[in-house]
Design a protein around this ligand. Structure first.
Ligand SMILES: Cc1cc2nc3c(=O)[nH]c(=O)nc-3n(C[C@H](O)[C@H](O)[C@H](O)COP(=O)(O)OP(=O)(O)OC[C@H]3O[C@@H](n4cnc5c(N)ncnc54)[C@H](O)[C@@H]3O)c2cc1C
Length: 403
C-alpha cells in the first residue's frame, strides 16, 4: 500500500505563504496554497528589503530571482526638517555590507510561484479565499473556502496577513498596539534627480511628514503619514500643492510639474501587534498573521522571510515522513519561541522611530530648534539614528536554513 504523505495547507500567497510553500514543495512535501486575490499584482505591496531579508532570500535559494526582476538599491537616506537638510547616511551602512534593496514584490511573487509550480507536490488555488477552519475534536484539520469547498490537511499554516481570518477563526487573539497614523500611498512619474542616485527622503514640515523614493519599477512613490487626529479631508486635497509645500525647492517643482499625473492616493491601514500564541493543535500562524509589522523602516517582509526559514527547519524533517500529528503539534511552539524575541526587539525599535517622529510633530519649538541648529546637531542626531538602523537592518537572531 502507498504511504500517505503529510499534507500541508497554507493560506495566503504573500511573501510568507508563497516562499514557505515553494520551499516545502521543493523538499517533496505536498502543499496546497490558497490565495484570495486573482493575481499577485494587487494594488499595493511593499518592496524594501534590508540585509536581514536579503540573507533569508539567499538561504531560500531565491537570490537569482532578485537579480532577474525589477530591483534597485537605495543609495542614501536623507532627512529634511522645515525644508532644511538635517542629515544624510549613505548605503550600504555597514562596511562591505549589502544596501537596502527595492524589489518589485509582484514580480518576486510571480517568480517564486513559477519555481513552486515546477514541483508536482505543489498546487495553487487562486481567486477564492478561506472562510473558515475545519475542526476534529479540538484539532484543526483543514479549511473551508469561499466557494463552499473544503480541503483537509495534517497542518494548516495561516499566512494571510495583518487582518488574518485564520487568526480570528482560530481564536488566537492579537495584542494590538494603538497606532496614531495610517499611510496614504501615491505613485507619480519620477524626477531626473533620482536617475543618478536613489535617495530615500524623509521630510517633516509643521505637523506633516512623508517619505519619497524611486521604486523598483521606476516610478516615484510617496508614503504620507495620515494622522488620526489630523482633520484633513484627504480625498479632496490638492496633493501636488500639499506635497510641494513640505518639500525642498527642486522636489516641490517636480510635484507641481506632475500635478496632473499624481494618482489618487491609496489609504493603507497600519496594524501592529503580536499574538500571544501563534499556534493551536493543527495550526500555525506566520508572518503578519502572527505579528503584523509597522511599515516603519521596512521590516515586515524581512521578518516574514526569516519566519519561513525557521519554520522550515522545524517542520521539514517531520513533514517528509508519514503524518505524526502529535509530533507536528509539539514542534509548533518551538517555532514561536525561536522567532518571537527578534520580533519583539524589532517592534520595539520601530516604536522608538515612531516616538521620535511624534515628538517632533507635537513640538513646534523643538522642530524650529532642530532645523535652525542642524549644522551643530547634525552629527549627534545622525549617530543616534544610525545606531538604531544597524540593528534594524541586521535583525537580532542567527537565521540559517538547515534543511
Ligand atoms: C504601507 C506599508 C508599506 C510597507 N512597506 C514595506 C516594505 O517596504 N518592506 C517590508 O519589509 N515590509 C513592508 N511592509 C510590511 C509588509 O507589507 C508585511 O509585513 C508583509 O507583506 C507580510 O507578509 P505576509 O506574507 O505575512 O502577509 P501579506 O503580504 O499581507 O500577504 C497575505 C496574503 O494573504 C492573502 N489573503 C488574505 N486573506 C486571505 C484569505 N482569507 N484566504 C486566502 N488568502 C488570503 C492576501 O491576499 C495576501 O496575498 C509595509 C506595510 C505597509 C502597510
Amino acid at each position: 500500500m502507498q504511504q500517505k504523505m503529510t499534507q500541508v495547507v497554507i493560506i495566503g500567497a504573500g511573501p510568507t505563504g508563497l516562499t514557505l510553500a515553494m520551499l516545502l514543495a521543493k523538499r517533496g512535501i505536498t502543499v496546497k496554497l490558497i490565495e484570495a486575490s486573482r493575481s499577485f499584482r494587487r494594488i499595493f505591496r511593499g518592496e524594501a528589503l534590508m540585509p536581514s531579508g536579503l540573507e533569508a532570500i539567499a538561504h531560500l535559494g531565491l537570490a537569482d530571482i532578485v537579480e532577474q526582476i525589477p530591483h534597485r538599491s537605495i543609495d542614501a537616506w536623507e532627512f529634511y526638517i522645515e525644508n532644511r537638510p538635517l542629515f544624510r547616511v549613505n548605503e550600504p551602512m555597514e562596511p562591505g555590507g549589502k544596501p537596502c534593496t527595492l524589489i518589485s514584490q509582484p514580480a518576486f511573487l510571480e517568480a517564486v510561484g513559477k519555481k513552486a509550480n515546477e514541483c508536482e507536490s505543489f498546487e495553487l488555488f487562486q481567486g477564492t479565499g478561506v472562510q473558515d477552519l475545519l475542526w476534529q475534536n479540538d484539532r484543526v484539520f483543514g479549511v473551508k473556502l469561499g466557494d463552499g469547498s473544503a480541503i483537509a490537511a495534517d497542518i494548516v499554516i495561516g499566512a494571510d496577513g495583518r487582518n488574518s481570518i485564520v487568526r480570528q477563526k482560530a481564536n488566537l487573539s492579537l495584542e494590538q498596539e494603538a497606532q496614531s497614523f495610517d499611510i496614504l500611498w501615491f505613485k507619480l512619474p519620477t524626477s531626473p534627480q533620482f536617475a543618478s542616485e536613489n535617495v530615500f527622503y524623509s521630510l517633516v514640515r509643521d505637523r506633516d511628514g512623508f517619505g519619497v523614493f524611486q521604486g523598483s519599477e521606476g516610478n516615484l512613490q510617496v508614503g504620507w503619514s495620515l494622522h488620526k487626529d489630523d482633520p484633513i479631508e484627504w480625498q479632496n486635497i490638492n496633493w501636488a500643492e500639499k506635497l510641494a509645500s513640505a518639500s525642498p525647492d527642486w522636489l516641490a517643482a517636480h510635484f507641481r510639474q506632475q500635478a496632473g499625473s499624481i494618482e489618487r492616493p491609496l489609504l493603507l491601514s497600519i496594524v501592529v501587534g503580536r499574538c500571544l500564541h501563534w499556534q493551536i493543535p493543527g495550526l500555525l500562524l506566520l508572518g503578519d498573521a502572527a505579528h503584523p509589522m509597522s511599515p516603519i523602516r521596512a521590516q515586515g517582509i524581512n521578518m516574514a522571510l526569516r519566519d519561513v526559514v525557521v519554520a522550515a527547519n522545524h517542520l521539514v524533517p517531520l513533514l517528509q515522513q508519514q503524518p505524526n500529528l502529535a509530533a507536528i503539534d509539539a514542534v509548533l511552539p518551538q517555532i514561536q519561541a525561536q522567532r518571537e524575541p527578534e520580533i519583539v526587539q524589532i517592534q520595539n525599535l520601530q516604536r522608538a522611530e515612531v516616538a521620535q517622529a511624534e515628538l517632533l510633530r507635537n513640538n513646534p519649538l523643538l522642530r524650529y530648534g532642530v532645523s535652525r541648529l542642524a549644522p551643530l546637531l547634525r552629527n549627534k542626531i545622525r549617530q543616534s539614528w544610525l545606531k538604531r538602523q544597524l540593528q534594524l537592518r541586521q535583525g537580532f537572531a542567527q537565521v540559517d536554513l538547515k534543511v
